[in-house]
Write a protein that binds this ligand. Structure first.
Ligand SMILES: [Zn+2]
Length: 245
């Protein structure tokens, strides 16, 4: 079974040329899930799949660098050539629907329920998309924020979202074949991880991929520093890379 994670973008906190913000496409057979919709990722997504053919969207938290491209996605699905068979299940933090519709409201309420079937996430939230099972885990980012484990029963992938050090992280990574983890800064903080902390958190994973590497460190140095604390392979989530889970 092909089970892949394609990096649409990993830049933070703003997109650069050819480098969108956070967004990933998880594919398993015919199933396609868009994880995080950072600015630039709607365009990158369309290199692989039409937004109308997505089986689900999953959003880690409501910071703009993870969610902003949901806005033009509503335009794409309401006002253009794309035709939806049914609203796309959109899993997001509490308040997701209100945030999107508040921005899109001009002369009245934006009918986002025509394109998204919004389901709010909580710690321990479980759902199934195609043959994939998703389990959401609360992480520590100063306001509601989540990571996710996705498995087909044989292979497991996990994504940290944005988070500071927290006990949920090692459980998130435990037993995974691939752990996609943020490593935002060289400076320790409560809301993000250093590469060393990402390396520690990944202890139970087979492979570590660093993403969301901020301006205080280069991707190459982040990988080197994480590898000092993690015995397995460490890679960087450069745009367009496809990882097999
Ligand atoms: Zn964030």
């Amino acid at each position: 079974m092909a089970f892949t994670v394609t990096v649409l973008g990993s830049a933070t906190p703003y997109p650069r040329p050819d480098a969108p913000c956070s967004g990933y496409l998880v594919r398993h057979e015919d199933t396609a899930i868009w994880l995080d919709a950072g600015p630039g990722t709607l365009a990158a997504l369309q290199e692989h799949v039409s937004p109308a053919d997505l089986d689900a969207i999953w959003i880690s938290h409501l910071h703009a660098d993870h969610v902003a491209d949901l806005l033009p996605t509503v335009y794409a699905l309401l006002f253009a050539d794309l035709r939806l068979r049914r609203p796309i299940p959109l899993y997001g933090p509490p308040g997701t629907a209100a945030r999107i519709s508040a921005f899109l409201s001009n002369t009245g309420r934006a009918p986002i329920e025509e394109v998204f079937a919004v389901r709010e996430l909580h710690d321990g939230h479980r759902t199934r998309v195609g043959e994939l099972r998703l389990e959401t885990v609360a992480v520590s980012h100063g306001f509601p924020a989540f990571g996710v484990r996705i498995t087909d029963g044989a292979r497991t992938f996990a994504y940290s979202g944005d988070t500071g050090p927290c006990s949920a992280l090692s459980a998130l990574a435990e037993g995974t074949d691939l752990f996609l983890c943020e490593a935002d800064s060289i400076e320790p903080s409560a809301e993000h991880l250093t590469p060393a902390e990402a390396g520690h958190a990944a202890a139970g994973a087979a492979r570590l991929v660093l993403t969301h590497v901020g301006h205080t460190i280069t991707a190459r140095d982040a990988v080197r520093l994480a590898a000092e604390h993690f015995p397995g392979p460490v890679a960087y989530a450069a745009p367009r890379i496809v990882f097999r889970v």
